[in-house]
Design a binder for this molecule. Structure first.
Ligand code: GDP
Ligand code: MG
Length: 636
């Protein structure tokens, strides 16, 4: 296939707007797959049964979508071949490559990465729902990457669909000309032919020149035990063949190509890769650390400008993970590493972005501090680990990275235990800053008040709103978009759940990085019998310190088993005690079953731990079963 008949595109949409259904329909229409039942969805969903059996059932559809994405990525091979369609147009066969992207803000980096291999995108909007938060964020990423956008309103077969109104929304939100909008139903197939035509006619072919110096863009990599790193590349210019000597723009290291090929769906060696083609290269690259996603390869001696790379993804949410039984540490660390690396067929492509460091805690022993791209990312990874460990791990409360500005230096911290005592005047801290996000929420107008309250309760600033449309006179109410800045720490816990429940599920929410902002924060420490428990330290905003202190002290009181003596449980900020509860001494005749917390949880634990002895931790003079931490940290 010469360059001019190739079209690389992706479908961008809010969750549940019908991306997979449209993809299936396109594959069917082009004869790539026969019927829906043998379609990609089915295949991918089959793979996901593994996940489902391991407990991720009926999760929010966003999680399912993410997993689906991860699964598809494992078949990146398939992705680039099975999702390659051949379509006749203007008397010529065209090769249409559908490249998948995740639809979630945590993975903006991956979205950007996938879109880098495309020249166009279908912006798919559900004609009964209209523009939602993720429609907007993915639209902007596509726009920034200079992609040709084909607007598509789908589900027009639904009685509740309002294509005219939604077309007006697309116009007012994105400046899209309504005459460019395609109206389809991916379910009935109505209008889907026109989508194929639009892909061929409106999206430009990849613009490469085979005679220009080689420019190969690395968008992913795999590790092969025998051949080392296999890079997945898209060829922008020039040609690449076995025996070529190439160099990385990023590391300047030189390599010799030992194999090139395409994924079909397994690796099939070919004689060369040419502009517009996507394939793999093997060279003598030994270490995964040499592979930089977003790197550009060029021929040795023929320097080129690197392709715009990517900002490497950076962790925005951190949590400590500890084994309940400290003998399990090595096993835990190994499985974290395993889950984190991109091993083929492991369904964990995106988890490579999890950062990992060893951490030790006096209360919990040896553990790992993990960094995640966002909360969804954390939840999925955590689910994976918990499934594997059957509740035998303890995960500390999530924290965001803080910037501590001293007179002479700035320090980033991702663990509350490292947070300085700002009330101590000798500590020379000039300012503390926390990450904030620019958030947008789209809701029907009747929920505006509730959403504003929710935002204010989470320290929102710069609150603003405007209407996306005026609704229709009959049943549909107007839609508003509410924007504000929110501290990231305020949305890492239950913000999303609250947003959904307080809007009856109607609100859609998205955010982007908003940098750092000065904030009045302090470290809260919990003391048992006067001794601090490091694993429980928290960073709180001073305006909320009393409320948070009281809540946690109550919770501790509930789950800590009684001792032979009275134990004060205190929350402190600096030297000041903010809240206190007292655990009364146990009576002499009480000998067993002191373990507090929920009965069912307790039973589960006892079952899980029949074999292993209960590990007691001594904090000061208080004996604490290690799994009490599990209860403290796992109940909201
Ligand atoms: P995705 O999350 O964007 O991949 O969405 P899916 O393709 O999984 O579709 C979400 C839901 O919308 C599914 O229940 C589909 O059956 C349904 N759906 C998708 N396209 C259409 C359509 O054109 N008409 C109707 N009535 N339902 C559709
Ligand atoms: Mg889908």
């Amino acid at each position: 296939f010469p360059c001019e008949v190739i079209r690389n595109f992706s479908i961008i949409a809010h969750i549940d707007h019908g991306k997979s259904t449209l993809a299936d329909r396109l594959l069917e229409l082009t004869g790539t797959i026969e019927t829906k039942s043998t379609g990609l969805n089915q295949q991918v969903l089959d793979k996901l049964k593994v996940e489902r059996e391991r407990g991720i059932t009926g999760g929010p559809s966003i999680v399912m979508d993410l997993l689906r994405f991860a699964a598809q990525s494992v078949f990146q091979n398939d992705l680039l071949t099975k999702l390659s369609m051949i379509h006749m147009a203007h008397g010529k066969q065209h090769l249409l490559n559908l490249i998948d992207t995740p639809g979630h803000v945590d993975f903006a980096w991956e979205v950007s990465r996938s879109l880098a291999a495309c020249q166009g995108a279908l912006l798919l909007v559900d004609a009964s729902q209209g523009v939602q938060a993720q429609s907007i964020s993915v639209f902007h990423i596509a726009k920034e990457r200079g992609l040709k956008i084909i607007p598509v309103l789908t589900k027009i077969d639904l009685p509740a669909s309002q294509p005219e109104r939604m077309a007006a929304q697309l116009q007012s939100t994105f400046g899209i000309d309504p005459s460019e909008i395609l109206h389809i139903s991916a379910k009935t197939g109505q209008g889907v032919e026109a989508v194929l035509r639009a892909i061929v006619d409106r999206i430009p072919p990849p613009s490469g020149n085979i005679n220009s110096p080689l420019k190969a863009f690395m968008f992913d990599s795999l590790y092969d035990r025998y051949r080392g790193v296999i890079s997945l590349v898209s060829i922008q210019d020039g040609i690449i063949q076995k025996g070529d000597k190439i160099a990385s723009c990023h590391t300047r290291k030189k390599y010799e190509i030992t194999e090139v090929g395409v994924m079909h769906p397994e690796e099939v060696p070919t004689s060369s890769l040419q502009p517009g083609q996507v394939g793999y290269i093997a060279c003598n690259m030994k270490e995964s650390s040499e592979a930089h996603i977003g790197d550009t390869f060029h021929r040795v001696g023929a320097l080129v400008d690197p392709m715009p790379g990517f900002q490497p993804s950076k962790a925005m949410v951190y949590a400590g993970v500890f084994p309940v039984d400290s003998n399990d540490f090595i096993k835990l660390e190994e499985s974290i590493k395993r889950a984190r690396f991109h091993i083929r067929f492991s369904l964990t492509l995106t988890d490579r972005s999890v950062t990992i460091q060893r951490e030790s805690s006096t209360a919990l022993g040896q553990g790992c501090r993990l960094g995640f791209l966002g909360t969804l990312h954390m939840d999925v990874f955590r689910q994976r680990l918990e499934d594997e460990y059957d509740a035998n791990i303890i995960i500390t409360a999530p924290t965001v990275p803080y910037k501590i500005i001293y007179k002479d230096k700035t320090v980033m911290i991702s663990n509350p235990t490292e947070f300085p005592d700002t009330s101590d005047t000798s500590c020379r801290v000039k300012q503390v800053q926390e990450p904030v996000v620019n958030a947008s929420i789209i809701v029907p107008e009747e929920y505006m008040g509730e959403m504003m309250n929710l935002c204010f309760a989470h320290r929102a600033e710069n609150l603003d709103h405007r209407y996306l449309d005026s609704g229709s006179t009959s049943e549909a109410s107007a839609r508003a978009i509410l924007t504000c800045t929110l501290p990231l720490s305020e949305i890492v816990t239950d913000f999303f759940d609250q947003l959904k429940s307080r809007s009856s599920g109607y609100a859609s929410f998205d955010y982007e990085d908003g940098g750092y902002k000065a904030s009045d924060l302090a470290k809260m420490v919990f003391l048992l019998n006067g001794k601090p428990v490091d694993a429980l330290a928290l960073i709180v905003h001073r305006s909320a310190q009393h409320e948070v202190g009281k809540k946690w002290v109550k919770k501790l009181h509930k789950v800590i088993p009684r001792q032979l003596f009275e134990v004060p449980i205190q929350a402190a900020v600096g030297k000041k005690i903010i809240a206190r509860e007292t655990l009364s001494a146990m009576r002499a005749d009480v000998t067993a079953g002191l373990y507090g917390g929920h009965y069912e949880r307790k039973m589960k634990h006892l079952e899980n731990q029949k074999e292993s002895k209960r590990k007691m931790k001594r904090i000061g003079s208080v004996d604490l079963p290690q799994d009490a931490f599990f209860d403290i940290l796992s109940t909201k």
